[in-house]
Design a protein around this ligand. Structure first.
Ligand code: SF4
Length: 331
């Protein structure tokens, strides 16, 4: 936690990473929430490598690392191996913060129902569910494109798991991954999320992938709109870099205004949709406000297919045939 970050943040979530880079109990106590990061939608089940180029003197000091040396970002937390240990870890974190700070558990959407149940058993106050669309975490294309469950069906599965445990509404649910408009937020809230978080959308507002300094994109072997090379530390628009010359390309004041506009617009869109559905509070949006346009969407979301009133997801569950449409068609 940087002092400037703390001062500038009304709410600050402090992540506890498997790498424990820069972990500091004094910072923990100044957070508004603690998020134990177990997985990410861009690469569930894997860790990563922080290239030495990105470990500048300043970053090395903040993260308590040797400067310029590649760092392995492990996937597993070194101090616990399963939900029973995690329960103890959470108790330790509560003790360190006098039980005043809520504890989130962030999971990459994969075995969603099992993971949600394990997180609840460990004592999470809030589950953060990161879907497949979340990017990029310097992840290989193979993992980004072919692993994890998309955000909306993952959310539906998480809500079902919480309902099964009788904890829906008691344990909070935040979703992330591909949320980029007020409509995305409205759908997520209607399906049962308490809140959403955004990452890439804010980066785009900062200028990520913008077709400026195009030659620099080419030098990296990529193009504007197709760049996913944050891990190189050579960000053409100056966002994900520690190079002082490149950093100057990110003009803080106009960038702040663009992100503010994005958040205000998303909020206004969300409010407009809620009003259109006759709701006076965005949290009153509900599955009944949604209809699915395809059979697949109807099954994944549990929302009736347009022109019907049948919940195909429930129907399939009841038939014990979820995932076996061929057998259902045969019947
Ligand atoms: S390197 Fe910069 S432009 Fe490229 S994806 Fe990352 S933030 Fe966007």
């Amino acid at each position: 936690m940087l002092e400037a970050e703390r001062e500038a943040s009304r709410l600050l979530v402090y992540q506890v990473l498997p790498s424990h880079y820069g972990f500091n109990v004094h910072h923990l106590r100044r957070a508004d929430a603690i998020e134990i990061c177990i997985g990410q939608g861009a690469k569930p089940g894997t860790g990563g490598l922080l290239l030495g180029e990105k470990v500048s003197g300043e970053i090395a000091a903040i993260r308590e690392l040797p400067a310029g040396v590649d760092q392995r970002s492990p996937v597993r937390h070194p101090d616990w191996v399963g939900p029973d240990d995690l329960m103890i870890k959470i108790e330790e974190l509560r003790e360190a913060t006098d039980g005043k700070i809520p504890i989130y558990i962030k999971i990459g959407a994969s075995r969603v129902a099992d993971d949600v149940k394990l997180a609840c058993k460990a004592g999470a106050d809030v589950i953060v569910l990161d879907g497949m669309e979340a990017s990029t975490a310097a992840s290989p294309d193979m993992l980004m494109e072919h692993t994890a469950v998309p955000t909306m069906p993952a959310l539906v599965e998480a809500v079902e798991a919480l309902r099964e445990l009788g904890l829906l509404g008691e344990v909070g649910l935040i979703v992330s991954g591909g949320i980029r408009s007020g409509m995305d937020v409205a759908k997520a809230l209607a399906l049962g999320a308490d809140a959403v978080s955004i990452g890439t959308a804010a980066l785009i507002a900062l200028n990520c992938n913008k077709p400026i300094f195009v030659e620099d994109y080419h030098q990296l072997g990529t193009e504007p709109y197709a760049c996913r090379l944050c891990h190189t530390g050579r960000c053409p628009v100056g966002i994900t870099t520690q190079d002082p010359q490149l950093m100057k390309r990110l003009e803080i004041e106009p960038a702040t205004e663009r992100v503010t506009n994005l958040l205000n617009t998303m909020t206004m869109e969300l409010q407009m949709i809620a009003r259109a559905c006759g709701k006076s509070d965005v949290h009153d949006l509900e599955p009944e406000d949604l209809r699915a346009l395809t059979i697949e969407a109807a099954i994944m979301s549990g929302c009736p297919l347009v022109g019907t009133t049948t919940n195909m997801r429930t129907l399939l569950h009841n038939l014990g045939q979820l995932g076996d449409l061929g057998t259902l068609a045969g019947k």
